[in-house]
Design a protein around this ligand. Structure first.
Ligand code: SF4
Length: 352
């Protein structure tokens, strides 16, 4: 469709091309008349992400009723999964999606321009004294879906909540070391459902892990220190998770560890990780100036889900064998790798 407009002063004509797009979602009704659970979850995800009003039409595929509109579309597009999405526009042929996250990413999120020049010096001046949500909003604007949030603990879920509320694209990953508490695994799914987001999981490489545990056993960190195990279960999977990104965001706070985190900045070049152009990734730490109490106030006020282990005395939660509940009067990092020296209580993910 071509619209024409003119300025009264110059009578110059501008031509604006508008491509009309329509989105149809097909949901399934089961033989017993109940709605398909996956379809309801997909709708909930779209609602939580603020995209539900982008769906123009919903039609139903009724199991056992080949003449229902949704069943006819399933046959026409040769689909045997539900829900599915059909996107039509005037320019291209119809596009079909059977995975809601792929549909959101490809059709609904506004991609980053990919051309934004981001200078950490300028960014740090800009970020001084502003709220974490605004820092994240700026980074989401600059990097779009190429900004990936590292998710594991209380601070990280605050980041996700802020990013969702900003309404701009972002990605999330989590390192599954294989040694997390079962509560943490359950919590991951709760977070995924609560926000309607995809969480990319990065696991240890068997090529590195298997010889390591075969030779040294499963708990060598108590004897030899945690660096080798963390290197294999965390650092190497992190490197893979960050491959091809331009920026990542963490929930690091300065006061988490006076010994290792006091000189962090809101935005830094992460020379340990390079993007596809061979340049350092940008690392954003929006919560740097917050205290633990501010994080927990945010979680409670905004009704954000948190790991139930926090209710059993855990503060900073990592792998099960290397995390214990905090004792009265201890600093929050004291309950991680407690058998090692203060200055070594980092897993290597944030070492410069
Ligand atoms: S925290 Fe413990 S179990 Fe987890 S990767 Fe590090 S040393 Fe291994």
């Amino acid at each position: 469709m071509i619209c024409q407009a003119h300025s009264p002063s110059t009578f110059r004509t501008a031509r604006v091309i508008v491509i009309l797009m329509s989105i149809l979602m097909v949901k399934k009704i089961l033989l017993d008349g109940t709605p398909c659970r996956k379809c309801s979850q997909a709708e909930e995800i779209l609602r939580k992400r603020g995209y539900w009003d982008r769906i123009d039409t919903v039609v139903y595929a009724e199991e056992g009723m080949a003449e229902s509109e949704g069943m006819k579309l399933a046959a026409e597009y040769n689909v045997d999964l539900a829900p599915f999405f059909i996107v039509k526009d005037e320019e291209a042929s119809d596009r079909l999606y059977t995975r809601v996250f792929e549909f959101i990413k490809k059709e609904l999120e506004v991609p980053s321009s990919g051309t934004a020049e981001y200078d950490v010096v300028v960014a740090n001046l800009k970020y001084d004294g502003i709220e974490p949500g605004m820092i994240l909003d700026d980074a989401q604007g600059a990097f779009g879906g190429e900004l990936i949030l590292a998710f594991s603990g209380a601070e990280d879920v605050v980041l996700i909540d802020l990013a969702v509320k900003n309404g701009k694209p972002f990605s999330v990953f989590c390192l599954d070391t294989g040694r997390l508490h079962s509560e943490t695994y359950t919590y991951l799914d709760i977070v995924r459902d609560h926000f309607g987001i995809n969480i990319e999981i990065s696991s240890p490489s068997p090529v590195l892990l298997e010889p390591f545990v075969s030779e040294k056993g499963l708990n060598s960190f108590y004897r030899e220190g945690h660096s080798e195990c963390c290197g294999i279960r965390k650092v190497e999977p992190l490197n893979r998770a960050l491959k091809g990104r331009r920026a990542w965001a963490t929930g690091l706070r300065r006061d988490q560890s006076p010994a290792t985190r006091s000189d962090l900045k809101h935005a830094e070049y992460d020379t340990g990780h390079l993007n596809d152009a061979g340049k350092p990734l940008v690392k954003i730490n929006p919560l740097l100036d917050w205290t633990s109490s501010q994080v927990w106030d945010y979680i409670r006020i905004n009704d954000v889900p948190y790991n139930p282990l926090h209710d059993s005395g855990y503060r900073s939660i990592g792998c099960q064998p290397c995390t214990r509940p905090l004792r009265p009067g201890e600093h929050e990092r004291a309950a991680r790798w407690w058998w090692e020296n203060d200055t070594k209580r980092e897993c290597g993910l944030h070492m410069k």
